[in-house]
Ligand binder design. Structure first.
Ligand code: NDP
Ligand code: NHF
Length: 284
């Protein structure tokens, strides 16, 4: 996937995936936003203009997210809902059942994208077959993976050469650019979705970042999210606070220069702040 054309980027920009599904370039992450917090934050996110919501069975907030969306009353086809299959639910039957549970909890008619949360389970081939069937039945529009390394993708491709994942959701930031994996995904036409784009807060006061943010009169959080979008990634920042939720999508009025993109890329130090299953062995 090519880098985004800057002049055309706006809050409604989408990326066309290898299955022709159009996905918003920015979405709202929801890990740790549970119960009432999930209800309020998703409402604030939709009000602020987010149209993609990222959840997972693991996050235990699917029902609240579905309720918030229905209460808001936005037409279903204006939203893009992602949820994920957890590691304990692999295999054809278990994966199908887990999907149906998520579908039931969200209660939004269909799911836009279903991801295998990680390759840590050992039954990927059977699981992927189940996802292909769910897509064929029209219950999910797009299927993909998360935390897959190049060896996992190659193994999956050898069994399913005509059914590649539409995306690979990965932890990616200027501090963790994963250039080999990103380049492999690009060559295969697999979209890249950047999670933990704010380094989970850890690097937001890093001097090179604060210096650049000052130059653009933006926060370091905005600079990191904009870096992701300009890199051609779909990006899913999370916050539990209304002001930050607004701040994190208010980034279509500036553009990071090519030189500054290089400076940001040079911050790479393979800094992982979440987990990293991309390194795990493939077991099918
Ligand atoms: N597939 C996978 O394995 C994974 C997927 N994800 C997905 O990606 C999403 C985002 O990643 P996540 O790990 O949550 O981390 P993020 O990098 O999005 O960072 C979230 C942290 O940054 C803080 N924060 C948010 N906005 C600002 C701001 N403007 N200024 C200062 N601090 C800010 C938040 O605090 P506060 O809430 O107090 O604002 C929170 O502590 C997840 O919620 C989840 O949906 C994440 C990890 C793994
Ligand atoms: O999606 C996720 C999967 O699990 C991780 C921890 O084990 C979480 O941090 C994360 O948000």
């Amino acid at each position: 996937m090519a880098e985004n054309s800057l002049s055309t980027l706006n809050i409604n920009s989408t990326i066309k995936l290898n299955d022709s599904v159009e996905i918003p370039c920015i979405g709202f992450g929801t890990y740790l936003n549970t119960g009432d917090k999930a209800l309020h934050t998703v409402t604030w996110a939709i009000q602020a203009g987010y149209r993609l919501i990222d959840t997972a069975a693991l996050y235990k907030n699917e029902a609240e997210i579905g309720r918030a969306i229905k209460k808001f009353g936005i037409p279903r086809d204006q939203l893009f809902i992602i949820t994920k299959l957890w590691d304990s639910d692999h295999g054809r039957k278990a994966a199908t059942q887990a999907f149906m549970n998520s579908l039931h909890k969200l209660d939004l008619g269909y799911i836009d994208m279903y991801l295998i949360h990680s390759p840590n389970c050992g039954k990927i081939v059977d699981t992927w077959r189940a996802l292909i069937e769910l897509k064929a039945k029209g219950l999910v529009r797009s299927i993909g993976v998360s935390n897959f390394g190049v060896h996992h993708l190659k193994a999956l491709q050898s069994s399913f050469p005509n059914d590649l994942p539409s995306v690979n959701q990965l932890e990616i930031t200027p501090y963790l650019t994963r250039s080999d994996l990103v380049s492999y995904c690009r060559h295969q036409g697999i979209g890249i979705m950047a999670y933990s784009p704010l380094t989970q807060g850890h690097m937001l006061k890093d001097p090179p970042l604060t210096e650049l943010a000052l130059k653009y009169n933006k926060s370091t959080a905005q600079l990191l999210i904009r870096w992701s979008i300009q890199s051609g990634f779909i990006v899913i920042p999370k916050s539990s606070k209304q002001e930050r939720i607004k701040e994190n999508i208010n980034l279509f009025d500036f553009e990071i220069s090519a030189d500054d993109m290089l400076k940001l890329n040079a911050l790479d130090r393979h800094a992982v702040f979440d987990w990293d299953p991309t390194e795990e062995p493939w077991t099918s």
